[in-house]
Design a protein around this ligand. Structure first.
Ligand code: NAD
Length: 471
């Protein structure tokens, strides 16, 4: 009997055995062929939409229990993007699945050529804790839209959300072809030993390396959505009030625990002080009178300790904030002016509500600062100057860019989202996600009526002449 994914998801007693059984069950469902049809794919996407809409309260409760995500922030960051992404994929799917014609080349006439996207097979999705619904389901949307079977392992650091996903997914999606396996590193390691066709990992750059190494054993393809330090460049001609509000919003959303949060600011010296004042005011306005309604908690005590350590060793001046509340697991939104560029605060991804601000003499100096560091996941530029925009775009490399805002490029369904180099491999969202999780198979069909002897040996001078004209 093929064990269904639904029954195979309990890993407490024998993680390796259960993981292997789940993989086999899901792969058997894939090999049975039903995940390939448009109907199956559409039904899974519709299932994800229904699940998130119908069970919104259960997800919101889990997110609040795990790390106090405020309701609107949880909906905006975790639930709404999933519904939008699934609906978009469902509506576009028929078009995406169509074969694309190509000219077969003179040498192949008469004939026709096309490429057709086909599923990769069984896909493993490993997701992080910071947007634990969205970063589990958005990769799943791409995998299922592309006709794959999938196993999802949510993060163990957000256990209530992980449990909600494990409970609800089998109710709304095909339980034979889509499985959830809960667990920590031991379970992830056991999963990585299975011969998946593709691994879609979202998490830290360090673990991304481990995942890519494991994938190499089976030559599985990978999508790695990793982290890093996303810089903000503020030019002297920027609208400082709007810039400050948008940076503060991006840094405070989810308490800065966002892969594309603005990590640090490089601001042109003449407006540096004005910007720090404006961000300080914006923080106050965005928090309102009762921070308990607006602040997401730091996910656990270890991460709070890590952030305290970054603050202590920054070598800069705390311009605003800085207070830690262990009981509430909070760190006040904090601005650090002129930290030491070699301090851990400026070397490691912050992933919390601390904003380092460094003054630079010019946009060119900011560009050089960014070029000297690993390619970031996102780069933000605030300016009114088209020349500055063109210069930054032409001289920096990053996963994505957002001009005069932060993070919003993530929400454009038809823009590919992903990193480059140490911030990631591959991209998804919209059609990019569909293509990422598909193999685009080229097909050439030749006619048999014409079969010129010049194509075949033995070759002579005359044949060579003709071949040189046709090939
Ligand atoms: P993490 O790398 O610690 O964990 C991510 C997942 O990997 C979890 O499910 C975890 O159980 C698993 N894991 C941990 N150690 C493993 C190992 N040795 N082998 C296999 N699997 C293992 O990341 P996190 O702390 O959950 O998330 C924060 C990081 O994720 C940040 O660096 C952030 O920038 C990044 N991130 C990136 C994106 C993106 O879209 N690029 C989105 C969110 C978060």
């Amino acid at each position: 009997m093929v064990e269904t994914a639904k029954t195979a998801a309990k890993t407490d007693t024998d993680p390796a055995g259960t993981v292997a059984a789940t993989f086999e069950a899901v792969r058997a469902a894939y090999r049975g062929g039903r995940t390939r049809s448009l109907g199956w794919r559409s039904a899974q996407l519709a299932g994800i939409e229904r699940m998130v809409v119908d069970r919104e309260q259960e997800f919101l409760d889990a997110l609040a229990e795990d790390f106090g995500k405020p309701r609107v922030e949880a909906w905006m960051g975790d639930l709404a993007p999933v519904v939008k992404e699934a609906a978009h994929a469902r509506r576009q799917l028929r078009r995406w699945m169509r074969p694309q014609r190509a000219f077969p080349g003179k040498a192949n006439l008469p004939g026709s050529a096309w490429s057709v996207p086909e599923p990769l097979g069984t896909v493993l999705v490993i997701s992080p804790w910071n947007y634990p619904v969205q970063l589990a389901l958005a990769p799943l949307i791409a995998a299922l839209a592309a006709g794959n079977a999938a196993v999802l392992k949510p993060s163990e650091l957000t256990p209530a959300t992980s449990a909600a996903l494990a409970r609800l997914i089998p109710e709304y999606l095909d339980p034979d072809a889509v499985a959830v396996v809960e667990g920590a590193v031991d379970v992830a390691t056991a999963l990585l030993e299975q011969p998946f066709d593709h691994i879609f990992f979202t998490g830290s750059t360090a673990v991304g390396r481990t995942v890519m190494t494991a994938a190499a054993r089976n030559l599985a393809s990978v999508t790695l959505e990793l982290g890093g330090k996303s810089p903000v460049i503020v030019a002297r001609d920027a609208d400082i009030e709007v810039t400050a509000r948008r940076i503060a919003w991006g840094k405070m959303f989810n308490a800065g625990q966002t892969c594309i949060a603005p990590d640090y600011v490089l601001v042109e010296r003449p407006v540096a002080e004005k910007l720090v004042d404006a961000v300080t005011r914006a923080i106050g306005e965005l928090e309102g009178p009762d921070p308990s309604r607006t602040r997401t908690r730091i996910v656990n005590a270890r991460h709070l300790g890590r952030l305290e350590g970054l603050l202590e060793g920054s070598g800069g001046t705390v311009a605003t904030g800085g207070k830690v509340d262990q009981a509430e697991r909070w760190l006040e939104p904090t601005i650090v002016v002129e930290p030491d560029p070699s301090s851990p605060l400026m070397q490691e991804e912050i992933f919390g509500p601390i904003l380092p601000v460094i003054a630079v003499d010019s946009v060119d100096e900011a560009i050089a600062f960014v070029q000297d560091r690993p390619k970031p996941l996102a780069l933000y530029l605030f300016t009114r100057s088209q020349r500055a925009e063109e210069r930054v775009l032409a001289s920096t490399t990053s996963g994505g860019v957002c001009i005069n805002h932060v993070a919003m490029h993530f929400f454009v369904p038809e823009l590919p989202f992903g990193g480059v180099g140490p911030s990631g491999v591959g991209a998804y969202h919209g059609r990019a996600g569909f293509e990422e999780l598909s193999h685009r198979k080229p097909v050439l069909r030749r006619g048999t009526r014409v079969d010129l002897s010049m194509a075949y040996p033995p070759y002579d001078e005359q044949k060579e002449k003709l071949l040189r004209r046709f090939i």
